[in-house]
Design a binder for this molecule. Structure first.
Ligand SMILES: Cc1cc2nc3c(=O)[nH]c(=O)nc-3n(C[C@H](O)[C@H](O)[C@H](O)COP(=O)(O)O)c2cc1C
Length: 369
């Protein structure tokens, strides 16, 4: 039987389980329409808020690259260098809710079978801020958004009651999710920050508040590197820098570790995996750990802004892999490697005779002369 790429996630039918993540690829209706034309099963809008947004002067994202024959890591463009990560300090959408509302309706009219998720963000310090979440949620769902993704994870917010500062507080996560649940008629996805000690606690808070799914990861808090010649950060404004977010290939293993913790703790819940996905082999990791959808940002940004080649490769890679393994739907392989992640003491050791204290074994080889 031919591989079936369609899937159901949080009660929504997806033509395929791949979404563009909330970020520059989804910052406008024209981009989102192009993304659906290219084949993405879903799109999460760039995060919509009620507060005015002014981004920093100059570039908001750059790409760190490595070289095959040297340890050099730099954002400087050079031939033969390979992508290591993206680094950004971009804020949420600088377009107001009024700008988004008619566009959400238009996108859904043009693409009724594709899934449009509205990413929203407000504060959490006052009742008024909680009402702002509700205003955003009701406005987006009234125009046809199929789901709401709560941005509890933006890593560059000074405000203590916003973004990843909510995502680090299990209680606040519950309160915000609960406030949105009171008005939501569509599923709520909570996008968590990876920057916490035990993400299982935060995921529990989101489910307690009524989330249907967890999305993870947002970018990892980080700094750009300092140029050894100029002694300036590779990205700065007037010499100054601030904590921003790392995405792309470098975060794939980091994000998987967080995801494995959550899918093991909540095997019956829904998860949307993000972080470092550029081809199906990457996405497969998230599916095998239990995710029902996968989202992409950095790789799409570098592929004609919305990833037409990325989505083509994801779809063909998924169909080929399913055929090879004899799987007919995503449910045939979702979560089948979740239980392989165990505590360290469960990993088999060599017996006493075979063990030489570790010093002569591979990995501790004497220095090359
Ligand atoms: C320039 C840029 C802007 C982003 N803006 C948002 C945003 O507005 N809301 C959000 O939830 N995530 C935002 N993200 C995070 C991405 O959605 C995604 O979680 C992250 O980049 C990791 O995925 P990747 O490794 O595929 O890039 C942004 C990422 C980048 C690079």
């Amino acid at each position: 039987m031919a591989a079936q790429l369609a899937t159901t996630f949080t009660g929504l039918r997806f033509e395929n389980p791949f979404l563009l993540a909330s970020a520059p690829p989804t910052e406008s209706d024209s981009n989102i329409m192009r993304a659906f034309d290219a084949g993405w099963g879903g799109v999460v809008t760039k995060t919509i808020g009620l507060h005015p947004v002014v981004n920093v002067d100059g570039p908001k994202t750059k790409f760190l690259r490595s070289e095959p024959d040297s340890p050099r890591l730099s954002m400087q463009k050079r031939p033969g260098a390979a992508l290591h990560s993206s680094w950004n300090w971009e804020l949420i959408s600088d377009k107001p809710l009024d700008w988004w509302v008619p566009r959400i309706a238009r996108i859904k009219q043009a693409h009724p079978t594709r899934i449009l998720v509205a990413s929203i963000m407000a504060g959490s310090g006052t009742d008024e801020e909680l009402r702002n979440w509700q205003t955003l949620a009701t406005a987006c769902q009234a125009e046809g958004a199929d789901a709401l993704e709560l941005n509890l994870s933006c890593p560059h917010m000074d405000r203590k009651d916003m973004g990843s500062n909510i995502g680090k507080d299990q209680g606040l996560i519950s309160i915000v999710t609960q406030a949105v649940s009171e008005v939501a008629r569509v599923p709520i996805w909570a996008k968590l920050t990876p920057s916490t000690t035990d993400i299982v606690l935060e995921a529990g808070g989101a489910f307690l508040g009524g989330a249907a799914a967890i999305t993870s990861s947002n970018t990892f808090p980080s700094l750009p590197l300092i140029d050894p010649q100029t002694l300036e950060f590779e990205m700065n404004v007037d010499g100054l820098v601030s904590s921003g977010g790392l995405g792309g290939p470098a975060i794939l293993p980091l994000s998987l570790a967080k995801m494995a913790q959550m899918t093991q703790a909540f095997p019956d819940k829904s998860f949307s995996g993000i972080g470092g996905v550029a081809e199906f082999a990457h996405a497969l990791n998230y599916f095998l750990l239990g995710c029902g959808t996968v989202q992409v940002c950095t790789a799409a940004m570098l592929d004609h802004a919305i990833g037409p080649n990325i989505i083509t490769r994801l779809l063909t890679g998924m169909a080929e892999t399913m055929d090879r393994h004899g799987w007919s739907t995503l449910e045939d392989f979702r979560g089948i490697r979740r239980d392989r992640v165990v505590v360290h003491s469960r990993i088999r050791r060599p017996d006493a005779k075979a063990y030489h204290g570790g010093y002569e074994t591979e990995g501790y080889a004497s220095a090359e002369r």
